[in-house]
Design a protein around this ligand. Structure first.
Ligand SMILES: [Zn+2]
Length: 143
């Protein structure tokens, strides 16, 4: 088995010691543990599973230079869907919280298209619905 690395960051390590997941694997593990931030015991457990925990510097989200859609890697796209899922489930707004996040620029969408499972015009990223994950959606440009 190859060595697995997860990335985490601390916002204010010496004040509250909250450890935030950074990479998508860390986020998935946090989700699995049902935690927003990784507790000391979860970190211990993750380490015992053979993961190496890398602490990356915390950068204010607003200052982060986000890649444009053309520059997005598969991992970036996956992260967008993870984030959309998080917004969809964590806040009470459901799909509308996702719509707001797209409008606020928190999430990136390539276009808005009619989504059959959502039965509404949904934000689409590279042919997949950000709300329900339906793929293979044809992105027609509005005129
Ligand atoms: Zn959908």
């Amino acid at each position: 088995m190859s060595k697995q690395i997860i990335e985490v960051y601390y916002k204010n390590r010496y004040v509250n010691g909250l450890c935030y997941p950074h990479c998508s694997t860390a986020k998935k593990l946090a989700k699995l543990a049902n935690e927003k931030t990784l507790s000391r015991s979860s970190l211990e457990y993750i380490r015992s599973l053979g993961y190496t925990i890398n602490v990356v510097p915390f950068i204010e989200e607003k200052q982060m230079s986000k890649p444009t859609i053309q520059e997005m890697t598969d991992a970036d796209i996956e992260e967008q869907f993870d984030k959309a899922y998080e917004i969809y489930t964590d806040r009470k707004g459901g799909q509308f919280a996702v719509f707001d996040a797209v409008e606020d620029g928190i999430l990136k969408a390539t276009s808005w298209q009619w989504c059959e499972p959502c039965e509404i015009k949904s934000p689409i990223l590279k042919g997949s619905c950000l709300v329900c994950g339906e793929s293979g959606i044809e992105e027609k440009t509005d005129d």
